[in-house]
Design a protein around this ligand. Structure first.
Ligand code: G6P
Length: 608
């Protein structure tokens, strides 16, 4: 969702801001703007639509001269996407400019109060309230003023503020919304996320909630609300130089699909030593694991689909009841959580509003929380009792692929670890499982090497109106992800069904030629799923089967089959999801869709 960039330094700010914003486009947005101090005033240029429109208006930034500025990509919440509602917002006298990511929940009350005192507003946004409040409460000291404003504000925010009359400074603060500080040779940055500034610096501070940050040309100072200076550790980001670039691929999505063998190897290899799983990052003792009464897995979107796989994995390995819940449901449904409950939250960004709130609710009810997160220093990572990071590197495409796969890998590790610590696995069983787990990157690579087969199949089906996915147990969990991948980027209507459930309704939608993708990798369920395939074939369906090399007999039933290498059935989701990701990608590519930035979607959903 909204993206923030701010810069102060020796370079011209506007081109730097446009460049940084372009690297945040993946977050999803519908308008963009910049404000730069041009020596006399805060020059603000904003536009509805793509960043390219704004960039053209100011010739990539060359038209605005000045070395301090703030920029923003807006994903509309309060007020329609429009030039006026785009950020930055100015106070009435045009002294203060503000960019904001988050939601000011009590903005109406604050706005009405200011209106009753004679302040007038030009936009429909909650953010303009901040700009007007900073001006209204300004008492000559911006620190005091910010504290006064923020004490009146309820909600979430990452804010960047510049003052025309003190233009050698950017003021920033965050609460429940992401914000990082970049330290570069030629200046200092604020940004929503590391990829925005990765081409300029790898040295980053992660400010905590309610710390007020002052960026000057010669340094950064951070204070808490009591005006005490706060020391921060400078974190070095060691992602590959091209991690946030397309590196010759047409889209980030296919680049990220192709990066999966490395991402999974990075995620698992350092955590397997001498035939055992070592999760040095967490403090979950054998006793605590034994005491767990119940496990909840809570997440949104694809991370929820990982949770669906996780349920089967943990129930099978750890022998505990596992419930999987959508974060937006969990937080409002009085879950039966005790101090013996383990709540696992999964989130690529570590910022998803519902997942954060669900975790906070679980903590309030006394649960132990364990987060599986990709973004270092993100809010969920900071708030959880334990964190296991996925080492997927930056994921830019909105449709997740490599983060999904790394989350799966972490759940496998976690399942084996919990079983190992509580004596549920023999040494031989564990060694065998870990050997299989370590072989997954190579097997995924062999699937990727055969991607032309999927591309060919996609070329036959990119004009479909409806595509159904079916599978049982783990294959059903993977079907959910395959269906989501396809629909979110290709806009083809798609649904995933537990194969046995099909005849309780959905089968009435099968017509002559309807494409049904059947995922059938689980030996003990293979024949059952094939019976369901036969049921749809006899109603006219065309079928694609996804199974493993040892089940080439799937070709006796399905019109076309894609076979992945053999592995333990429990790990099959890591392999079977790959052809489904590729299928979604190639279908969307043939339809000419905006694959990395599908309409209406955002990478990081920071509003409820
Ligand atoms: C958005 C993204 C999805 C993602 C979901 C959860 O909807 O488009 O790809 O799965 O949010 O995001 P998270 O960062 O919590 O994993």
């Amino acid at each position: 969702m909204c993206g923030i960039v701010g810069y102060i330094g020796n370079e011209q700010a506007a081109p730097v801001l446009i460049d940084g914003l372009s690297r945040l486009e993946y977050r999803g947005y519908d308008s963009a703007g910049v404000a730069v101090f041009n020596g006399q005033r805060l020059e603000v240029v904003k536009s509805k639509g793509k960043l390219a429109v704004l960039s053209d208006m100011i010739h990539g930034g060359a038209d605005i001269k000045g070395t301090v500025g703030i920029g923003h990509t807006r994903w509309a919440t309060h007020g329609a996407p429009s030039d006026t509602n785009a950020h930055p917002h100015l106070s009435t006298s045009e002294r203060f400019a503000v960019i904001h990511n988050g939601i000011i929940e009590n903005y109406m009350e604050l706005k009405n109060k200011l209106i009753s005192r004679g302040v007038s507003f030009v936009s429909d946004t909650d953010t303009e309230v901040i700009a007007q409040m900073v001006e209204y409460y300004y008492n000559g000291d911006i620190f005091d003023t910010m504290v006064k404003v923020l004490n009146r504000v309820e909600g979430s925010y990452a804010l960047g503020v510049i003052d025309r009359d003190n233009p050698d400074e950017i003021v920033a603060v965050r609460k429940d919304s992401p914000l990082i500080i970049g330290v570069a040779e030629n200046g200092y940055f604020i940004a929503s996320d590391v990829p925005a500034i990765l081409n300029r610096t790898r040295e980053v501070y992660y400010p905590d909630e309610k710390e007020i940050i002052f960026l000057h040309r010669d340094g950064v100072t951070i204070y808490n609300f009591d005006h005490e200076a706060v020391e921060k550790e400078l974190v070095h980001i060691d992602w590959d130089a091209d991690a946030a670039e397309k590196g010759g691929y047409e889209h980030f999505m296919i680049k990220e699909i192709m990066e999966q063998p490395k991402a999974i190897a990075d995620t698992i290899e350092s955590r397997i030593k001498d035939g055992r799983v070592r999760l040095d990052d967490i403090e979950l003792t054998a006793q605590q694991i034994s005491d767990i009464d119940k496990i909840y897995i809570v997440a949104c979107g694809s991370a929820y689909h990982v949770g669906m796989v996780g349920k089967y994995v943990l129930e099978r390995l750890v022998k505990k009841t596992v419930d999987v819940d959508l974060a937006s449901e969990f937080r409002y449904r009085s879950p039966l959580v005790t101090d013996k409950t383990l709540v696992i939250v999964i989130s690529q960004s570590g910022e998803t509003a519902d997942t954060r709130a669900a975790m906070a609710e679980a903590k309030k009810l006394g649960a132990r929380t364990l987060a599986v997160v990709n973004v270092l220093g993100s809010s969920i990572a900071k708030a959880a009792d334990d964190v296991i990071y996925t080492w997927a590197g930056p994921e830019i495409a909105v449709a997740t692929t490599k983060a999904y796969s790394c989350q799966l890998a972490v759940l496998y590790l976690l399942g084996i670890y919990m079983a190992q610590e509580t004596g549920l696995l023999s040494a031989e069983e564990e060694i065998e499982m870990l050997r299989e787990l370590l072989s997954l990157p190579g097997k995924i690579q062999s699937i990727l090497d055969k991607r032309d087969d999927i591309q060919y199949y996609a070329s036959l089906h990119y004009n479909e109106k409806n595509i159904f996915f079916i599978g049982r147990n783990l294959d059903y969990a993977v079907s959910l992800e395959g269906s989501l991948k396809l629909k979110e980027i290709s806009y083809i209507h798609s649904e995933a069904y537990a194969a046995g459930e099909l005849k309780h309704g959905t089968i009435s939608l099968i017509e002559d030629g309807t494409l049904v993708v059947a995922v059938a990798t689980q030996d003990r369920l293979f024949d059952k799923t094939m019976s369901n395939v036969v049921e749809v074939i006899s109603r006219g369906a065309t079928t694609l089967g996804v199974s493993k090399e040892t089940r080439s007999d799937i070709r006796n039933t399905c019109d076309f089959a894609f076979l992945v290498p053999e592995t333990d059935d429990l790990f099959m989701p890591s392999l079977s999801v790959i052809p489904l990701q590729l299928f979604g990608y190639y279908v969307a590519s043939m339809k000419g869709c905006d694959i990395d930035k599908p309409r209406n979607l955002a990478k990081s959903v920071t509003v409820e």
